[in-house]
Design a protein. Structure first.
Lengths: 168, 89, 749
């Protein structure tokens, strides 16, 4: 073991991952710099923008505000783990269909955040989506198309899950 | 003859006139004609042998990239306007 | 030049070609790149807004284990004053060099003073703290009016006011005075039945891109420099580096990574020269520098705070007889505010006989202004459009009717005397007036509806592209325009339209400066217009080449081959695009083409916005209830991304209007240098933003395209101010219209 470094055992996107890190390193830094999960973006690095959103044991967190050592024994879901084995997740597909991204830097954070929302609430109202997403900043889109994409994805996911018929 | 709209800050050199009819087949010749009529104009518009970097020349509504070499027709309109800036330190 | 036929691809909404990479996290942005042996840097920034640098001692930092190089201004060539063309902005290279690293003086809070490369970012950050700088602190100048006073502290040792080639005699902070004059405003005001005159103040605001600046450099042993960075224009980066580092252009290769927003703020270089120097000094190791948002806000281009005085007069029938404006824009630490652009925008939508504009470019102890979406336009339109609203009120006219009565049409002359070509100002205002939103009832107390118009000149510029046809009929497209908001799609669509093949057959790639011809940055609303034009020419060239191949196969003259509906034909012979592509091997090998264009016939854009607000009289908070943005886009190539540009511009304009602004303390330290305190709109702050696309084709483009991206940020603050007036009866003349300002206006502060 490297002096001053700590061994951390996690599951990342379903795979067991053990890594060494310094106690001062954030989860974001380790994900990006040590493990190559660069889908989580380092932008504000102080919890204001949401571009580094990941799920930690199912809970949405800004990974820049979590120390890597805090992930010991926990499971992590990053944007790289959202898509199924084949094709894209419906959220990802709907983001593309609705042109819900321009530059795309905030997109991984929004998709992880939306994924977390739909896990908790499969039938969110527009206002609920806007409130949930308020921790993710987008400067390009004015949010309009993001909100539409999430609502559309939610409806399609419900339809898929239950055979629910959508009212056009 | 082409019609030149005299930039506001040069109208002290043209006795206040806003437009001048001048001869010239290129912007360079137009400036030469202006200079002959209103001495001092060239030094304000040009730096050495080119148009000042902050000045754009518009001929018949289009900002010219040929600048001094831009062809001017008999009935052309020529404007000298500040080059558009976005702000760049 | 417009093709009257129905478009097959243009106007549809295909998925963007880079979509899968962007939604899976696979797309590589600058900070995602890792190179073997890479070092990481940190920047020491001035804690003072205005200070002379007496000495810098880097010895302790250099001695820290893990530190590989330390760079200060002494390592930069002392470049001579030289203005390099940067398209939308012009840059004085010497000032830019001074901005990269403070040389004699630190001129704003956050001004870079020294930079360290080390084995880890943590070591670099520790090393920065060990650098000792001896400052002589000077009084800061933070306000444009204060800076213009004769006794104000002087920022730059050589600055004299330029008035179109004539330099003033005294040292000053006023870098330039510009004037535009048409007709006789005095006479015009005498003819007016009503006049309105007001003074407006707007705050310094930031582009607010989510991805901070980053740059990675490798200064190779052979003198070749490779830069990977987040930029709107890779060739612009190369040009600036050539000047700042004083190296030949052939030695520099710039690789544009995916870019996380720019809005004008990622044209100028900040970190790139530093990363290059650190790489050289550290034994040719690759070096990465990244900013955080404190750095971004305190040290990269905001756009100008401003003071604008507007006076307008109109006859009883609503005809505007005269308009006068005095505009003073903060340039930041070095000359170059967008005041001339503001002068172009301020009365842009109107045909007015008598106009007088005076604009001042003024240096203050703030970061140098960079371009920001329709630079200078929002400030200017805020002033003019509030005054027009008040004119309408005094005349008892509908505010859109007043605007329509005075709206600029083809042939009308702008303030600078240049005549408009075919524009869509009237069509936009009519569409706004006829929109259900404008006629919908707005019941409820403290609610009001406001409107405002806006214009933006747009731009053309240099674009290059090349393409090769594949044997299956697909086409590889290489372009130099950085894709900041879906331009791979809008460019591919124009090539597909020209080639009459499906857009999915186009494989676009954004290339580095060694790979594609010179292409200006993605700015000035130029990419879909100019690079779109380039691929139109490219497509025609490919068709010409393929006609030659078909002629060869059919043993006819190339001129006898026609291409229609995706099929080459001559007499009874027919081959589809893909079929002919499959026969390249037997007709001479690969079919490739490359083109370069520099079109001058971009068409101006016009917008009209309608907004409903509700003002909370207890807190002063303004809520946006409904928003409709109408805009002439020429021709919407990909309507979804056009809508997105409009919505994004509105969102930024709402932030500028209501919540964004720099707060400096008396010493000139930026007090809100974080995204929590620099308050940009969240999804909860905005309603759905309805867009109305008006299409008045630009006769100066093969597909009628006009620039789209900039004008939507122009009207929002004015429209909101006018809505607030209708809601609670007070005119807000200072941005942002924060709850505190609204309360103050209501007499409740």
């Amino acid at each position: 073991m490297t002096p001053g470094k700590v061994t951390v055992h996690t599951r990342i996107n379903g795979e067991e991952v053990t890594f060494l890190c310094e106690p001062r390193q954030s989860l974001l830094e380790v994900l990006r710099m040590e493990l190559g999960f660069t889908g989580a973006k380092e932008c504000c690095n102080n919890g204001n923008c949401g571009a580094c959103s990941v799920l930690l044991d199912g809970v949405l967190v800004n990974s820049c505000l979590v120390l890597a050592v805090e992930a010991e024994g926990k499971s992590i879901l990053t944007v790289e783990g959202i898509a199924p084995a084949e094709g894209l997740h419906l959220l990802q597909q709907k983001f593309l269909e609705h042109a819900a991204l321009q530059c795309g830097i905030c997109t991984p954070g929004f998709i992880v955040s939306a994924y977390a929302l739909l896990q908790r609430n499969p039938r969110p109202s527009e206002q609920e989506v806007r409130r949930w997403m308020a921790g993710n900043l987008c400067r390009c889109t004015g949010y309009d198309k993001i909100i539409a994409a999430v609502l559309d994805a939610a409806a399609c996911l419900r339809e898929k899950a239950s055979g629910e018929v959508r009212v056009p | 003859m082409a019609t030149v709209w005299v930039p506001a800050l040069l109208r002290d050199l043209t006795g206040g006139i806003e437009r001048a009819q001048v001869a010239g087949a290129t912007v360079r010749e137009v400036i030469d004609s202006l200079e002959a009529q209103f001495p001092g104009v060239r030094a304000r518009l040009c730096e050495g042998d080119s148009l000042r970097p902050g000045v754009a020349v518009v001929v018949d509504g289009a900002v010219s990239r040929q600048r001094l070499r831009q062809k001017v027709k008999e009935d052309s309109e020529v404007h000298f306007i500040p080059a558009i800036t976005g702000g760049a330190g | 030049m417009n093709e009257k036929e129905t478009y097959r691809v243009i106007g549809t909404r295909p998925l963007r070609p880079d979509g899968a990479d962007k939604v899976t996290g696979r797309a590589l942005y600058g900070a995602d790149l890792r190179l073997p042996g890479m070092l990481y840097g940190a920047v020491l920034r001035s804690p003072h807004a205005h200070a002379r640098i007496l000495s810098i001692d880097t010895s302790a930092a250099e001695a820290l284990p893990g530190v590989k190089a330390v760079v200060t201004a002494a390592d930069l060539p002392d470049v001579e004053a030289k203005v390099a063309s940067l398209g939308e902005g012009s840059v004085n290279t010497r000032y830019q060099s001074w901005n990269i690293l403070a040389r004699e003086k630190a001129l704003y809070y956050g001004h870079a003073v020294a930079v360290v490369a080390a084995a880890s970012v943590h070591i670099a950050q520790e090393a920065v703290k060990l650098i000792r700088v001896n400052y002589e602190v000077l009084p800061p100048v933070l306000d444009v009016l204060q800076a213009m006073q004769a006794d104000a502290p002087i920022l730059l040792r050589d600055l004299r006011t330029d008035e179109l080639g004539e330099k003033g005699s005294a040292l000053t902070n006023v870098a330039a005075h510009h004037q535009t004059k048409k007709g006789d405003v005095e006479r015009g005001f005498q003819e007016a039945a009503v006049t309105v005159e007001r003074e407006f103040h707007t705050a310094t605001v930031h582009q607010g891109y989510i991805e901070p600046q980053n740059a990675t450099a490798l200064y190779n042993q052979d003198g070749r420099i490779t830069i990977w960075c987040s930029t709107q224009g890779s060739f612009g980066v190369r040009d600036q580096l050539k000047d700042i580092l004083d190296v030949p252009v052939a030695q520099i290769k710039v690789v544009p990574m995916e870019i996380g927003g720019g809005f004008g703020g990622k044209n100028n270089v900040y970190l790139e020269p530093l990363a290059a120097l650190l790489s050289k000094k550290s034994g040719h190791k690759p070096v990465r520098l990244t900013m955080n948002h404190a750095d971004v806000l305190s040290a990269t281009g905001p756009t100008s705070g401003s003071v604008i005085r507007v006076k307008m007069g109109a006859r009883k029938d609503g005809r505007i007889t005269a308009a006068q404006a005095w505009l003073a824009y903060e340039a930041g630490a070095f000359p170059g505010s967008p005041v001339t652009s503001g002068m172009g925008v301020i009365f842009g939508p109107y045909a007015i006989e008598n106009v007088l504009l005076d604009g001042y470019d003024v240096v203050v102890n703030k970061p140098p202004a960079a371009a920001y979406r329709a630079p200078g336009g929002t400030n200017a339109a805020f002033a003019a459009e509030v005054v027009i609203d008040e004119l309408a009120e005094k005349l008892g006219m509908d505010p859109l009717d007043l605007r329509l009565l005075n709206a600029a049409k083809e042939g009308d002359r702008k303030a600078d005397g240049v005549a408009y070509g075919r524009i869509g100002c009237v069509e936009v205002l009519e569409a706004a007036r006829n929109h259900p939103h404008y006629r919908a009832p707005l019941p409820g107390k403290f609610r009001g509806r406001g409107v405002a118009a806006g214009s933006w000149g747009n731009y053309g510029g240099k674009s290059s592209a090349s393409a090769s046809v594949n044997s299956d009929g697909s086409v590889n497209l290489v372009e130099g325009s950085v894709d900041i908001g879906g331009s791979r799609a809008s460019i591919s669509m124009q090539l597909a339209e020209t080639l009459q093949i499906p857009v999915e057959s186009i494989r676009p790639q954004v290339a580095d400066t060694d790979t594609v011809g010179y292409t200006e940055g993605t700015y000035g609303s130029r990419t879909t217009f100019a690079t779109g034009w380039a691929v139109y020419e490219l497509g025609r060239r490919l068709i010409g080449l393929l006609c030659e191949r078909a002629a060869q196969l059919w043993d006819v003259e190339p001129g006898q081959v026609t291409y229609e509906g995706g099929v080459f034909s001559c007499g009874g012979q027919r081959l589809s695009f893909a079929e002919l592509a499959g026969k390249m091997d037997e007709t001479g090998g690969a079919v490739v083409a490359s083109v370069s264009v520099q079109p001058e016939t971009w068409g101006p854009a016009f917008a009209a916005h309608i907004v409903d607000v509700e003002v909370d009289p207890e807190t002063g908070k303004v809520d946006i209830l409904r928003y409709t943005a109408v805009q002439d886009v020429g021709k919407a190539v990909h309507p979804a991304y056009v809508e997105g540009q409009i919505q994004g511009g509105v969102a930024q304009g709402v932030g500028w209007g209501l919540s964004e602004g720099y707060y400096y303390d008396a010493q000139g330290r930026l007090a809100n240098a974080s995204l929590l305190d620099y308050r940009m709109p969240t999804s909860l702050d905005l309603p759905a933003i309805e867009t109305v696309i008006v299409e008045v084709p630009n006769p100066g483009h093969p597909y009628g395209v006009r620039g789209v991206g900039e004008v939507p940020i122009v009207p929002p603050p004015a429209a909101i101010a006018n809505a607030i007036y209708r809601a609670v009866g007070v005119r807000l003349t200072t941005l942002p219209m924060s709850p505190a300002r609204v309360l103050e206006a209501l007499g409740k502060a």
